[in-house]
Design a protein around this ligand. Sequence first.
Ligand code: SF4
Length: 90
Amino acid sequence: MEEASKQNQRICKKCLLRDMPEGEYFHNMYDYIAHLDPEVKTDSEEYEARLAVCKACDRLMNGMCKVCGCFVEMRAAVKKNKCPAPEHYW
Ligand code: SF4
């Protein structure tokens, strides 16, 4: 019985955001960022610089970039990514 209950609470890794409990997707996103391979992860100084640019950008809305639809914290965390605006702000 307890095992069945645990299985019901297990999060499907292929779930859409709307299928996850409220707030769970943010936890998953930060967990993903925290465990990125150091070879692909943006260093913390560059990461904060990128997010500072996003925070001042009029295309930021609710943590998402209106150009690409990404959560900017996720996009900025990957070193090879660029700002998707034609101007490439970072
Ligand atoms: S356009 Fe670039 S700087 Fe602006 S929110 Fe999107 S990713 Fe950030």
